[in-house]
Design a binder for this molecule. Structure first.
Ligand SMILES: NC(=O)c1ccc[n+]([C@@H]2O[C@H](COP(=O)([O-])OP(=O)(O)OC[C@H]3O[C@@H](n4cnc5c(N)ncnc54)[C@H](O)[C@@H]3O)[C@@H](O)[C@H]2O)c1
Ligand SMILES: N[C@H](CO)Cc1c[nH]c[nH+]1
Ligand SMILES: [Zn+2]
Length: 424
């Protein structure tokens, strides 16, 4: 999107310039970092932290540092974090899935039971901004699921420790294991382990392109939640929308990162022109104006669509992280919407309510990965197992069919494992 003149484009000309998801350069750089950590362990981690974060910091964050940061927190921030934590906990408790038991017609029982993952690594970003809210979003669902071992990583600031608000949030939710390391090197350490950091079973949490690319690279050796990279918002608005609200919400995501994306789709050209004016006026007042401007220039668009239905078709193709619907009847459009990380309905549900306080999770799939994955939730920290139990009578009833199927695959030992029991 251009900011120096009104820039509204037609639907047919729209191709979303979303963050590339890394590209060959980022992929190659991240591959080098991951290999360096695998081969060099703690020494490599500290070398990379020195090179990329400009500080040589001990890896383990002492418990006292978290406690001291919590004690030093401004009372209003402490209260806001505590209230947000309660709300996030309640919504994630409500997500706990039930075990399933099916009593089969031949006497067998078939179950599906949920078990927590043993050990998870969670990432809280800390490069361009500090994210204490992400500590809550990562850690609380893991605790609700019953995960026994949680390792939190976040990049160090100039004093060698993560930002005080991140440390304080970690103390608030009872984190016992934290490391001052960020970027791709932190993801590699969690995936493969070092002398200090024990490897985990799954890594969750958002981050910049380096973090998101590293998660893609280690996936398979370790579980990951989703590709939660640079943030994105698509606002679907009609002529009843307030252009100042639309602009404010686009800027709220654009200020995260030059790779962030912000798009408005509307059948009203007049609204889009007003949104453009508002963006130009509002961005100038932001401390992070430079980041927001660059993000909008790279990945921003105001798109004139044929109808609201067409707007939703486009959204379902884009599969963005966040969708806001600011129309006369937002709920009526919801049933046409299938593919987004999180949805915010109506003029009084700006996306930052979900970033901080509603109780829904702000760790969400980006770069089109909402096509196949969802935002972080309690279920991401659980595994399911099926359980089958037969009696002798049940086995006798099923054996003829199993034996025929085993013969068809020429797997004689399979047939014998069943037949041997029929002869008891
Ligand atoms: N999708 C989501 O759910 C979600 C939620 C919150 C935040 N986010 C995103 O998280 C990101 C936070 O980014 P950030 O940069 O502020 O913090 P970050 O912690 O993700 O990244 C900082 C780290 O990146 C590494 N790094 C920086 N430049 C590098 C380079 N040139 N080469 C190699 N490594 C480098 C450094 O190690 C640094 O510690 C933003 O893009 C934001 O939009 C996404
Ligand atoms: N909008 C970001 C991605 O969902 C999350 C966030 C954290 N703090 C502020 N915003
Ligand atoms: Zn945000």
């Amino acid at each position: 999107m251009r900011l120096d003149r009104v820039d509204v484009i037609e639907q047919d000309a729209f191709a979303w310039e979303r963050a590339t998801g890394g590209g060959a350069d980022v992929w190659a750089k991240v591959a080098r970092i991951v290999e360096e950590v695998r081969a060099g362990g703690d020494d490599a981690l500290r070398r990379l932290t020195q090179a990329l974060d400009g500080v040589d910091a001990p890896l383990r964050v002492p418990q006292e540092a978290m406690e001291a940061a919590f004690r030093g927190l401004a009372p209003e921030l402490r209260e806001a974090l505590a209230r947000a934590a309660d709300r996030i906990r309640r919504f994630h408790e409500a997500q706990r899935p039930e075990d399933l038991l099916v009593q089969g017609e031949d006497g067998e029982t078939l179950e599906m039971v949920w078990r927590p993952i043993h050990r998870v690594g969670v990432y809280a970003p800390g490069g361009r901004a500090a994210y204490p809210s992400t500590v809550l979003m990562d850690v609380i669902p893991a605790q609700v699921a019953g995960v026994r071992s949680i390792a939190l990583v976040s990049p160090p600031g100039p004093n060698g420790l993560p930002h005080p608000a991140v440390l304080a949030a970690a103390h608030l939710v009872g984190v016992e294991e934290m490391y001052a390391v960020g970027g791709a090197q932190a993801i590699a350490a969690l995936a493969y382990g070092t002398q200090t950091i024990r490897r985990v079973d799954k890594i969750v949490g958002p981050g910049n392109l380096y973090v998101a690319t590293a998660k893609r690279m280690v996936m398979g050796d370790v579980g990951i939640d989703s590709i939660a990279g640079p943030t994105e918002v698509v606002v679907v608005a009609d002529d009843s929308a307030n252009p100042a609200y639309v602009a404010a919400d686009m800027l709220a995501q654009a200020e995260h990162d030059v790779e962030a994306g912000a798009v408005c789709l509307s059948p009203s050209r007049a609204l889009l022109e007003r949104v453009h004016e508002e963006i130009v006026a509002q961005v100038a007042r932001l401390p992070r104006a430079e980041i927001a401007r660059e993000a909008l220039q790279r990945h921003g668009a105001l798109v004139h669509v044929r109808s609201l239905e067409h707007a939703l078709d486009l959204v379902n193709d884009m599969a963005p992280e966040h969708v806001e619907i600011m129309t006369r009847d937002p709920r009526a459009l919801l049933r046409h919407l299938s593919t987004a990380g999180a949805v915010f309905l109506g003029p009084y549900t700006p996306e930052p309510v979900g970033d901080y306080f509603a109780g829904t999770n702000h760790v969400l799939p980006t770069h089109g990965s909402a096509r196949f994955s969802s935002g972080l939730g309690t279920i991401d920290f659980l595994r399911r197992m099926t359980v089958a139990a037969y009696s002798a009578e049940t086995l006798a009833r099923h054996a003829p069919y199993i034996e025929v199927l085993a013969d068809a695959e020429a797997l004689t030992a399979h047939r014998e494992a069943v037949r041997i029991r029929r002869e008891e």
